[in-house]
Design a protein around this ligand. Structure first.
Ligand code: GAR
Length: 203
């Protein structure tokens, strides 16, 4: 059976895209293939990573297309044109509308840099999450891969991994450890798990 066509949506550095791509190249995602990268930031380094990897990329820049609805319509059209079956949010910093989520029901997954339901929801993204973790003084944080539903960061959990918070951590040092020890490990595994599941279903 054919591999599941994956679209990866990014806004920034794209290290999670890179981790998934590297896993694919290492044969760890036998049930899926990255067909496309979509980025909502024209300057994102994720685009350079896609270029180096030889993966087609499309840009729907937040400044050039300020209306979220218009951007979403264009992104959806692009996903459909490219036959995307699974949408992977890898550091995609725009909250998707319920209409977008409905168009890919149970076919959108996201990585969040904390142990949901803690430190999730509107306003908790990127470094802000790690700032909040340090402020709360918790000793353990981590990352979560989950299905995307209309409510932000509230969908069913696919995978989680804990990471220790250290005494002298800064938001930046904590972010790096969470990425290295949790995100880049569980995200490729979860993507393969979901692709395998989709292959087993009617397509
Ligand atoms: C990652 O830490 C990811 O978990 C987080 O943004 C970073 C993107 O890095 N995502 C969110 O905060 C989503 N709410 P990357 O572009 O290098 O993958």
């Amino acid at each position: 059976m054919e591999k599941v066509r994956i679209a990866i949506l990014c806004s920034g550095g794209g290290t999670n895209f890179q981790a998934i791509y590297d896993a694919q190249q290492a044969g760890m995602i036998p049930d899926g293939e990255i067909a496309l990268v979509v980025c909502d930031h024209a300057e994102a380094f994720a685009l350079e990573r896609a270029r180096r990897a030889g993966i087609p990329a499309a840009v729907f820049d937040r400044v050039a297309i300020p209306d979220r609805g218009e951007r979403e319509r264009r992104i959806l059209a692009c996903l459909k044109e490219n036959g995307a079956e699974l949408v992977v949010l890898a550091g995609f910093m725009t909250i998707l509308s319920p209409a977008f989520v409905a168009a890919y029901e149970n076919r959108i997954v996201n990585i969040h840099p904390a142990l949901l339901p803690n430190f999730g929801g509107k306003g908790f993204y990127g470094l802000h999450v790690h700032e909040a973790v340090l402020k709360a003084g918790v000793k353990v944080t981590g990352a979560t891969v989950h299905y995307v539903v209309a409510d932000c960061d509230a969908g069913p959990v696919i995978a989680q991994k804990e990471v220790e918070v250290k005494e002298n951590d800064t938001p930046e040092s904590l972010q790096k450890r969470v990425m290295r020890e949790a995100e880049w490990v569980i995200f490729p595994q979860a993507v393969e798990e979901v692709c395998k599941k989709i292959k087993g279903e009617q397509r």
